[in-house]
Design a protein. Structure first.
Length: 91
């Protein structure tokens, strides 16, 4: 299983703290303060799959397009399991 990519502090602050997309803590994401070794503790954000998917769908960059393509292909596999098995075995 691949390690999930993390948003930079600035990205997460703009997306989550600004509530740009109307996300609600406890419903769409949760945050955890990390332990500090003398400095200011950092906040880590954990997004639900639907929240991450929504962010990816509105991002206008290469990573957003890759994520959208992944979810479109994944949805095709779910809706058309027999056809998708043929595509996987023939490629």
């Amino acid at each position: 299983m691949r390690e999930p990519s993390r948003l930079s502090y600035l990205d997460s602050t703009l997306l989550i703290n600004d509530y740009k997309y109307g996300f609600e803590e406890g419903l769409d994401f949760y945050s955890v303060l990390s332990k500090s070794d003398g400095g200011r503790p950092s906040t880590e954000y954990f997004l639900k799959m639907d929240t991450a998917k929504e962010i990816a769908m509105v991002e206008n960059n290469d990573q957003g397009r890759q994520i959208r393509k992944y979810f479109i292909e994944w949805l095709f596999v779910i809706i058309h399991p027999k056809t998708s098995k043929l595509l996987v075995t023939t490629n």
